[in-house]
Ligand binder design. Structure first.
Ligand code: DX5
Length: 216
């Protein structure tokens, strides 16, 4: 089972974002995640389509995930797809028209993913799992990097694996060399990592290697 590592630029040094992305690519990152926050769905403000386009220019080959932590994400699907996002992830709590939004993402030529906040039950996905390739289980409350991993997350991942044996399971928040084996053992195959990559003392490459060694 291939485990993918997806550095999240929320924790990158934004004064040298291009360099940081290149370091991650050189160190074998499988994708890059751009966390989009609107100050409403989560109590923080971050990036727009322009940052996705910038990452795309720096890393033309690397798949990009746009994780939309915004209200009414359907309004911005086309803009993020046009900017170069390969995967567009929407929070199941953020819109009343998830079915339409998931299909709009596919029509825009991107892959749709659904994201569950820690307090949202896996069962809320039952009707939509057939339409998506990936489900992201937030292992922290969204909004900030560097938070503590929620220790009940592996059980939730196991429940999701029961709900769907095919969907790719991504985890996001507090993932490092200590927590990565716990989520992979539960069935996760995509690991988003912010602090444990971009704030790792020995550098980006060592951060990615520490996680990969822990799950290999
Ligand atoms: C938080 C974001 C995460 C965050 C992860 O809302 O969705 O992607 O950047 O950062 P770490 O790995 O530092 O918890």
């Amino acid at each position: 089972m291939t485990v993918r590592i997806v550095p999240s630029i929320l924790s990158a040094d934004l004064t040298r974002l291009g360099e940081q992305v290149r370091e991650a690519v050189a160190a074998g990152a499988d994708r890059i995640q751009v966390d989009v926050m609107d100050g409403h769905f989560v109590p923080n403000l971050t990036f727009g389509p322009g940052v996705v386009a910038a990452v795309r220019r720096v890393a033309p080959e690397l798949p990009i995930e746009a994780h939309l932590m915004i209200e009414r994400p359907e309004q911005f699907v086309q803009a993020f797809a046009d900017a170069g996002a390969d995967h567009i992830l929407v929070q199941v709590e953020s819109t009343t028209s998830l079915y339409r939004t998931v299909h709009a993402i596919a029509e825009a030529g991107a892959q749709a993913g659904l994201v569950l906040n820690p307090g949202t039950p896996v069962e809320s996905l039952r009707e939509l799992v057939p339409y998506v390739r990936m489900v992201n289980v937030m292992t922290v409350e969204p909004g900030f990097g560097g938070q503590k991993f929620i220790t009940t997350s592996p059980e939730k991942i196991r429940r999701l694996r029961v709900l769907s044996s095919v969907v790719e399971i991504e985890v996001d928040g507090g993932i490092d060399a200590r927590t990565a084996p716990l989520v992979v053992a539960a069935g996760a195959t995509v690991l988003v990592a912010g602090n444990s990559v971009f704030a790792f003392k020995q550098g980006v490459a060592a951060g990615i290697k520490a996680i990969r060694d822990a799950v290999d």
